[in-house]
Every structure is written in C-alpha cells, then in structure tokens.
Design a protein. Structure first.
Length: 512
DNA sequence: GTAGGGTTAG
C-alpha cells in the first residue's frame, strides 16, 4: 500500500494543476486566509503555486506540513470539481477511500479548509454526512460550522448552531463567540451581538477584549459613537482593559462622523496609558482629517508618526495623497507622491491618474508642472495597461498646450494602438499644433489615425490642413482631403486651391 | 498536539 504522501502526489498529479479552477481555489484559500485570520496563518501552498502572502505562520493546523497541505488541497479540489456536477455520491466515495480521512479531527481540517476556500455549501453537506462515516461532531466541528454559517451570512443559523453546541454540553471557546459577535456587528445587528456577549458571561466565560472590540466597532458602525465611547471608557480598570484595537475602533467611529479632533485626543490618551499607537491607528486619523476637508492636517500626521517612531506605510501615504487630491492640494500631493516614489512605496494607480490630470490642469499656469505630470503618467504606464482614456486625453492636450507635439503625437498614436478611441477634439489639438509647427505630414497621418479609429475629424482640422497643403502647393493632397471630408459629411470652409491654370492637378509627384 | 477571534484606504 502506498504511503499517504505518495497517495497525495498521485492525487495531485491526477488533477491538472494549472487549470483555472485549481488556481482559483488556491487563490481563494490564500485571500480568505489573509482576511479571516488577521494574517496569523498562511495557507501558502507555495510548493506548487507561489503565494503572494509570505507571513510567518503560527497556526496549529500545520499547513507548513507538506503532506497535510497536499492532502487538503487535493481534497478541496476534487470535491469542488465533483460538487459542480452534483456527484455527491462520488464525493462520499472519495472521502471513504482516503485513509487519511477517518477521524473527526481529519474532517475538522477538511471542513476548515472548505470554509477558508469559501466552499460553504460543500462544507455544510459534508457536515451533514458525518453520521454516515460513524463520526460524531466534536466541539471543534461545531465551532467550524458556526463560522461556516457566519460566512454564509446566515446569522440565525449560526446562533442556532451555537445553542446546539452549548445544549450538547460543549464549551466553545471565546474565539468562537467572537466570530459570531463580529459577524453580527458587521451586519449591524449590534443588539443581538450584545446578547451573545452577555450569554458568554451567563455561561461562565469571562468575555474577551476581542469580542468587546467587535462591539465597539459595531456600535460605531451603526452610528452609536457616543455609546462606543462610553463602553470604551467603561472598560478602563476592568479585567477587559482596552487595548490599541479598542481605541482604534472608537477613533474610527469618531472620524467617520467628523469628530477627528476627539479622535486625536484619544491618541493622546493611548500614549498616556503607555500603549504604543499602531500604524492603523494613525491611518485612521489621517482618513478622518481627509474626510473632514483637513487634508494638510492629515499630511501632518505623517510627521507625528515619525515622532512616535511609527513608520508610515503604503496606506498612510495613499490616504494622505487621496485627501490632498480630494481637496485640490495639488502641489502638496505632488510632494507626497515624490516621497512615496523615493521610499519605493506603491502608489495607487487611480490616484496617480488623478494626480497626473490635476498637474496637467495646473501646468497651464505653471509650465514646469507639465514635466511632473508626464513623469507620473510614464510611471503609470510602467504598471501595465492601467491608464484610462480620460488621463490619456488630458495628458495629450496638456502636451499640446505646452507645445510638446512630439510627445503628444506619440502618445496619441500609443493611445489608439491600445484600442482607445480618443475624442475628436484631442486629435484636433494635435493636428492644429503640428500644423502650426509646419509638420503637415504628421498632421495628415494624425487625421488618418482618427479616421482609422472610427472617428470623424472636425471641420476645423480639415480647414487647417487644407490651408497648409494649399500653401505648400500640395494641391492633389488637399483635394483628396477635401473629397474625403465630403464623403464623411463634413463640408470644410476652405476649399483646395486650383493650380495656376485653373485646372485640376494631374496625379503626380507626392501622395499624402 | 484537531481550527480559529478584534483596527485603517481605494
């Protein structure tokens, strides 16, 4: 009989590892792990698929163990595949055959993996089939199922599952209660969450700061910030002493209703208590000031962080940048952007787009900003096809205003090559600019480009080009252009010049 | 020696 590891290899090899489904599940597992467990564990399946999540792990599930990872991964994959064709009988056969899945512990691992992979219906059906394996759910199984119902947004069922577990004499630990309380709070059912918290006390649990923090956040979420503040103050001096999370939750609540000043006072209190404020706490304040229309004070928090030996992260900077742009503090935003680039921090591409457009607009008054705008724009392009149509157009038009027609012409071509259909006015500006510089051929090719991208050149562009061609004596070309305008339903004001004899030019020499 | 809990932006 092959060893379990060999079996797992066999199983995995029988699956197509690179199928989208497989990749999707692995990705889902990784993503939900990050969100569900506050980055404590990583289901990094890097043995076969490199994960972007690289945190160290403290999980007891021991996903570091290759065999366990493979076993669960293979099973989740196979079961998911079967589920889509409703082959539940086959699913049970798979589980029955697998010598690794015989005890309730084995199933708990599988059920938890399914919850993390968001395969909740499969989780429920396997749970329902446990008796057919002669297995009885234990305390851990019940906790996992409570979580499963929470993830499914079926809070009443989650509460029933908790009551069932308690009724059977199990004593789920505080973490299980916290999951339920948190889910209720996230859905705005704070009163129900409070009931569960109180039920903890009745059942002999001491409660937990984590659960209390969920209530603080829940109260803030439903607009009861003062109640949250009161609860926070009430925690002081009790066995559930507030921690940095508690304060952050309430500060966030205050910031969201325009009370950033009070949130800042809480920061002082935190420091006074000897707690170390976290980067999240500062980021909350930045967001508060930015919302309130006080973006410069938000930016000042970056300095405050440094005073507290807290290193601002990507969120800090992006939040400051967003606030400054929102309230049109363009120069300050540029400063923060440059600082971020210098620090190697990843700037949100949408913010880069906004910054580039704002700088373009400002460059009319202050020419030097055009280069800054172009630098931001170029940096955006390095990120891949992320530049939106509007940013392209604003950039091209600003380049025209700044008389940088080479770049305008090249960027317009690039835009069309990427499949965008720029507005006719963008072409007009480039065509007029090129004509003014005597670059008639480039102007003509810009018009051809516009036509090729499905647009109709404007009368003003035709007029300008026909005028230039007339002046250069390229009368055949002017006539062609005039003719193509008429075909498109545009009647230029300027007509192609006849030659000196009043005859039509013969088809010779230059072709447009 | 079964899993797993709370905070920030866009």
């Amino acid at each position: 009989m092959p060893s379990s590891i060999a079996t797992c290899y066999h199983v995995l090899q029988s699956c197509t590892l690179n199928t989208p489904l497989f990749t999707d599940i692995v990705t889902k597992i990784n993503i939900s792990t990050a969100s569900i467990r506050a980055r404590k564990i990583s289901l990094s399946l890097s043995a076969t698929y490199p994960s972007p999540i690289t945190q160290t792990t403290t999980n007891d599930l021991n996903f570091e163990d290759r065999a366990t990872r493979f076993r669960i991964k293979g099973l989740v994959h196979r079961i998911t595949t079967l589920s889509s064709s409703n082959s539940k009988t086959q699913m049970l056969q798979i589980l029955e055959k697998d010598p690794e899945f015989q005890t309730i512990s084995d199933f708990n691992l599988l059920l938890m993996a399914l919850v993390i992979a968001q395969e909740l219906d499969i989780c429920l059906s396997i749970f329902a089939k446990l008796p057919s394996f002669q297995l009885v759910p234990d305390c851990c199984t019940h906790s996992i199922m409570i979580r499963c119902h929470c993830e499914k947004n079926d809070m009443d069922e989650a509460k029933r599952a908790l009551d069932t577990a308690l009724g059977k004499g199990f004593r789920p630990d505080a973490a299980t209660f916290t999951v339920l309380i948190n889910s209720l709070c996230k859905r705005g059912r704070v009163n129900k969450a409070r009931e569960v918290f109180e039920a903890m006390g009745r059942n002999g649990y001491k409660g937990s700061v984590q659960a209390k923090n969920c209530l603080l956040k829940g109260l803030s979420y439903v607009g009861k910030v003062d109640e949250a503040l009161e609860m926070l103050m009430g925690m002081k001096g009790t066995s559930l002493e507030p921690d940095v999370y508690s304060y952050t939750a309430v500060m966030d609540g205050l910031c969201k209703v325009g009370r950033s000043g009070e949130a800042m006072e809480l920061l002082d209190e935190v420091v006074g208590m000897g707690l170390v404020p976290s980067v999240v706490m500062f980021n909350t304040l930045i967001q508060g000031y930015s919302r309130e229309g006080r973006p410069m004070e938000g930016a000042a928090v970056l300095e405050l962080m440094k005073e507290h030996e807290c290193v601002p992260d990507c969120v800090s900077h992006n939040t400051v940048l967003h606030g400054l742009l929102k309230w049109n503090e363009v120069l300050a935003a540029l400063g923060v952007y440059k600082e971020m680039v210098g620090l190697g921090l990843k700037v949100d591409v949408r913010l880069m787009g906004t910054l580039a457009r704002r700088l373009c607009k400002r460059s009319r008054r202050k020419n030097s900003l055009l280069q800054d705008a172009y630098d931001v724009f170029e940096k955006m392009k390095e990120r891949g096809p992320v530049v939106d149509q509007r940013t392209f157009e604003v950039m091209i038009q600003a380049l025209c205003v700044g008389k940088r027609f080479d770049q305008a012409f090249a960027t317009l071509n690039e835009m069309v090559r990427l499949g965008y259909s720029p507005e006719a006015i963008t072409f007009d500006k480039v065509i007029l600019g090129l004509c003014a510089r005597g670059r008639v051929d480039d102007a003509v090719s810009t018009m051809v480009l516009l036509h090729a991208s499905g647009g109709i050149p404007s009368k003003i562009s035709y007029d300008m080009l026909i005028k230039e061609l007339n002046e250069e004596g390229r009368l055949f070309c002017a006539r062609n252009l005039f003719g193509s305008a008429l075909k498109l339903g545009v009647v230029p004001n300027r007509e192609p010049r006849l030659n000196v004899m009043g005859w039509e030019e013969p088809q010779v020499t230059r072709i447009c």
